[in-house]
Design a protein around this ligand. Structure first.
Ligand code: PLP
Length: 398
């Protein structure tokens, strides 16, 4: 059986699959099992920021695998200790401790539990179009009802307000609200950047009402937006910051960073794999690489360069291009899926973010040559799409 058939036969399918079997990567390039090359503008959904097969990360994983892979949280560990010191060292000042876990959704679950315990309140407010994960707590904070409804009832006490609407936020926050949960650039929700004024006033609102502010930097964190963390664009210090994805160069990891105000009861929350030395060694290497290469600067420059290259060549199919660093959304006036398929045919892997947005999250080490190629191929598929819709509209009698 082919790899595809094996996955189809034995995998419990919850994904809509694309018809490609990826077997190898290097930098921003990946290869399929037939040896075909692709420019990877998905990066494992915003994970491989330091590039696929990053030498530093690979060497750190190999050395740690040879030394100690697992060590429970109930024991101290040398690598975990060094990683925690590094993580808090680069975090916005005011975030002074980190709970380590294995994914974005787990980092949000911990944030929800810590916020309830700290405040003694039960409720949460998040934003429309927000995405925070798929386990029941984080799913409850996630707006899209298609994700929540098949698994109802989700956790009670969650409400949603329009993104960037402080008035609606102020009305939704009550004396039962433990925390507000927001992304500073909505990723799955279509690459929508928060207004600076909204963020500033939201911090004030949370302080006034004794509500914790949880910022979900799972997708924006670790240089993607042109800063180490998106919080830095807003000079924002949240009470809790959730991280995952790019932190360990592709190894599963998550972290919930907390201010001194946030508390959790000892012995009442934990994880088997969280803070394992293998992931911590990978994260130390990945963050070391980000710092050496000033990867945030690369993301900022390359994002601006790409959008400058792309914008003039786009057709009337495009409604808007939004970006912060190398977190790029191209909103179309029609469905994005056919364009993603056309890009894949031309050797570019891209993502969607909602029905009409093409989302690009390439490795931050992507070359300018590759960015030029992606811009050119995007313009090609847009032109072909525009030609197709022109023909289609001619065919349909009005
Ligand atoms: N939060 C945000 C902003 C995300 O983009 C994601 C995943 O895409 C998550 C949380 C959930 O992370 P994970 O898939 O690692 O559970």
């Amino acid at each position: 059986m082919s790899y595809r058939e094996l996955e189809r036969r034995y995998g419990f399918e919850v994904y809509t699959k694309r018809d490609v079997t990826l077997v190898r990567g290097e930098g921003a390039t990946v290869w399929d099992d037939m040896g075909r090359e692709y420019i990877d503008c998905a990066a494992g959904i915003g994970v491989a920021s330091v590039g696929h097969a990053n030498g530093k990360v690979a060497a750190a994983i190999a050395a740690q695998a040879d030394t100690l892979i697992t060590c429970p949280g109930s024991f101290y560990n040398d690598v975990r200790a060094r990683f925690l010191e590094k993580l808090i060292g680069i975090a916005p000042k005011g975030l002074s401790r980190a709970f380590l876990c294995n994914s974005g959704t787990e980092s949000i679950e911990a944030a929800i539990k810590f916020a309830r315990f700290t405040t003694g309140r039960t409720d949460f407010v998040s934003c429309m179009r927000g995405f925070h994960g798929r386990t029941l707590g984080s799913l409850s904070a996630t707006f899209k009802k298609e994700y929540r409804e098949p698994f109802a009832p989700v956790v009670p006490g969650f409400s949603y307000v329009p993104f960037n609407d402080l008035e609606k936020m102020a009305a939704a926050v009550t004396d039962r609200t433990a925390a507000v949960i927001v992304e500073l650039v909505q990723g799955e929700g279509g690459i929508r950047v928060a207004d600076a004024e909204f963020v500033r006033k939201l911090r004030g609102l949370c302080d006034e009402r004794g509500v914790l502010l949880i910022v979900d930097e799972v997708q924006t964190g670790f240089c993607r937006t042109g800063r180490m963390f998106a919080c830095e664009h807003f000079a924002l210090v949240p009470d809790i910051m959730c991280l995952a994805k790019a932190m360990a160069g592709g190894m599963p990891i998550g972290a919930t960073l907390c201010s001194e105000r946030v508390r959790a009861p000892v012995g009442r929350h934990g994880t088997t794999f969280g803070g394992n030395p293998l992931a911590c060694a990978a994260a130390l290497a990945a963050i070391g690489f980000m710092e050496e290469q000033a990867l945030w600067e690369q993301a900022a420059e390359k994002g601006d360069y790409f959008v400058r290259r792309l914008a003039p060549s786009l057709t009337g199919t495009v409604r808007e291009i939004r970006h912060l660093g190398l977190m790029i959304g191209i909103e179309l006036k029609e469905k994005a899926t056919p364009y993603l398929a056309a890009l894949l045919d031309r050797g570019v892997i891209a993502l969607s973010a909602g029905p009409t947005v093409i989302r690009l999250l390439p490795p931050l080490v992507i070359s300018y040559e590759q960015l030029d190629a992606v811009a050119r191929l995007l313009a090609d598929v847009m032109r072909a799409g525009a030609a197709r819709s022109a023909t289609a509209s001619e065919e349909i009698p009005r």
